[in-house]
Write a protein that binds this ligand. Structure first.
Ligand SMILES: [Zn+2]
Length: 217
C-alpha cells in the first residue's frame, strides 16, 4: 500500500511539475502506462465484484461504455458525420479516421505542406510531418489534440476519474499527443487547475482499448 501511495505521488508530482521530473518524456510515458495499468487492473475487478454502484465501478464500466456511449457524445452540433449515424460526435473528431480526414483537408488547402506531398496519409504520417517541423501538420495535430482534450474534459467534468488511459494506434505518439491534451484539460475542466485533474496516460491494452476510464490507485 505504501508503495502504491508513493508511486501515485511520484506520478502526480511528475505530471504537475511539483517534483523533479524523470529523465525524459519517453521514460515518463513508459512508466505511466505500465505502472498505472499494473496498479489499477486488480482494483477494477474487485470494485466490479463488490461495489457495483460505487464510483470505481462506474470507472470500470467506462471500459465498455467509452467505445459506444462516451465516444459518441456530441462535440459539435451538426458537425461531421459519425459512423453511428449521428453528426458531430466526439468520435468524428478525435479518431484516427478523423485525423486523416483533417489532414487531407489541410493538405488540399496547403499544397506546400509535407502532407500534400505524402503518397498516403495515415495518423503516423501526420505526426511524422509535424515532427519534421511542417507547419500545416503541426496545426492539424494541435487541433486534433484540442478535440481529444475537449472530449476528455467532458469525461472529467462528468465522472471525475482519477486516471484516463488513451488507447489506439495514435496513443503511441506519446507526449506529442498527451501533453497538449493534459494542458487542454487543465485549462478547461471544471475548477481548472484546482479541479479533479486525472492522470492522463497511454493505455497498454493494445489497439482496441479505446479510451479507458480508470480507478483509484
Ligand atoms: Zn457517433
Amino acid at each position: 500500500m505504501m508503495k502504491k501511495e508513493a508511486l501515485k505521488a511520484g506520478i502526480l508530482n511528475a505530471l504537475h511539475g511539483v517534483a523533479p521530473k524523470p529523465a525524459t518524456p519517453q521514460q515518463l510515458h513508459q512508466a505511466l502506462g505500465e505502472t498505472v495499468m499494473e496498479a489499477i487492473a486488480p482494483d477494477w475487478k474487485k470494485s466490479m465484484d463488490a461495489h457495483e454502484h460505487s464510483r470505481r465501478a462506474c470507472y470500470f464500466s467506462m471500459e465498455f461504455l467509452v467505445g459506444r456511449a462516451v465516444y459518441n457524445t456530441l462535440l459539435v452540433l451538426d458537425g461531421e458525420p459519425c459512423t453511428c449515424g449521428r453528426r458531430g460526435c466526439w468520435e468524428a473528431y478525435s479518431s484516427a479516421t478523423a485525423l486523416i480526414r483533417q489532414a487531407r483537408q489541410a493538405a488540399a488547402e496547403h499544397p506546400e505542406s509535407l502532407l500534400a506531398g505524402a503518397e498516403e496519409i495515415t495518423g503516423k504520417t501526420v505526426f511524422d510531418a509535424a515532427d519534421r517541423g511542417d507547419e500545416t501538420a503541426n496545426a492539424v495535430v494541435d487541433r486534433f489534440c484540442d478535440y481529444l482534450g475537449a472530449g476528455v474534459t467532458n469525461i472529467v467534468n462528468a465522472l471525475a476519474p482519477e486516471v484516463i488511459l488513451i488507447g489506439g494506434g495514435i496513443s503511441r505518439q506519446g507526449e506529442r499527443l498527451l501533453a497538449p491534451v493534459r494542458r487542454y484539460v487543465e485549462k478547461n475542466c471544471f475548477g481548472g487547475k484546482d479541479g479533479a485533474i486525472p492522470i492522463i496516460a497511454a493505455a497498454r491494452l493494445g489497439n482496441d482499448a479505446g479510451i479507458i476510464g480508470a480507478a483509484a490507485l
